[in-house]
Design a protein around this ligand. Structure first.
Ligand code: NAD
Length: 264
């Protein structure tokens, strides 16, 4: 992959720590020669993101909370000043109240439904609007989704509904921006133990279930997702847009429990 991203610059949103999927993507892109900018959400994460950015020689593009449009404007204005244009954008952002990532979907509150949809779905469109202005020469945008968009997964609840809407957004954005040679894709990642995932009920059970029942009989790593992202964000993916690419050790093709799966 060395040199695959030479001369390309872009923004990665969603690094919280070194377990974040966004961090796996940042490492893969940096190893391939990309120049990166990272945002962080709030002061607590600033302390974690700054040293990680330094490891990759990445630009710290500042605080960005997708519920606060002024912070998004500040980040994209800063990038315009620094680089003039960008080649790619990674959106690895999602949130829902953890009290509703357990129990029944039917009990979802209106307030948490709106907040989940705003942070986890609309934000892709909000940042794409801003990125479009910096992608006069074309570009590639990537978001992260999960199989809970397609099938009912335990405890995923409102986040599953949000991911379904996110996947539809990817397709609509891809159609709108295709004429400008801006590609929009998603990676549907298998379960990975991250800060966000720790809010999901029985997450360890879900990890074991995927390990025992996916064709590759293991879970994905953030490095696996990083390499999938490299394909979609580099010119290797030049003919691909509006795609929901599974990077899940094949779990999504499976119809029932593997006969060799041990009890959990
Ligand atoms: P993570 O906790 O490392 O990252 C989530 C990020 O979202 C954090 O950096 C957080 O700061 C950011 N965020 C939340 N609310 C925000 C807001 N209002 N404004 C700006 N940023 C905000 O967890 P992760 O698992 O790496 O999550 C990244 C993406 O991958 C999410 O979209 C998640 O749904 C998706 N995903 C995760 C898994 C998994 O099993 N971990 C599987 C498939 C998809």
């Amino acid at each position: 992959t060395q040199g695959l991203m030479n001369g390309k610059r872009g923004l990665i949103m969603g690094v919280a720590n070194n377990k974040s999927i966004a961090w796996g993507i940042a490492k893969a892109l940096s190893d391939a020669g990309a120049e990166l900018a990272l945002t962080y959400q709030g002061d607590a994460l600033k302390k974690r993101v700054e040293p990680l950015a330094e490891q990759l020689g990445a630009f710290v593009a500042g605080h960005c909370d997708v519920t606060d449009p002024a912070t998004m404007d500040a980040v994209f204005n800063g990038l315009e000043e620094k680089w003039g244009k960008i080649d790619f954008l990674v959106h690895a952002v999602a949130f829902s109240d953890k009290d509703e990532l357990t129990g029944r979907y039917v009990d979802t509150t209106a307030a948490n439904f709106d907040r989940t949809m705003n942070i986890s779905v609309y934000s892709l469109t909000a940042v794409t609007q801003r990125a479009e202005k910096l992608m006069a020469d074309g570009g590639s945008i990537l978001t992260l989704t999960y199989y809970g968009a397609e099938k009912v997964m335990p405890h995923y609840n409102v986040m599953g509904v949000a991911k379904a809407a996110l996947e539809a957004s990817v397709k609509y954005l891809a159609m709108d921006l295709g004429p400008k040679n801006i590609r929009v894709n998603a990676i549907s990642a298998g379960p990975i133990k991250t800060l966000a995932a720790s809010g999901i009920g029985d997450f360890r059970y879900i990890l074991k279930w995927n390990e025992y029942n996916s064709p590759l009989r293991r879970n994905v790593t953030i490095e696996d997702v990083g390499n999938g992202a490299l394909y979609l964000l580099s010119d290797m993916g030049a003919g691909v847009t509006g795609e929901i690419q599974h990077v899940d050790c094949g779990y999504n093709i499976v119809g029932m429990k593997a006969v060799d799966a041990p009890d959990i």
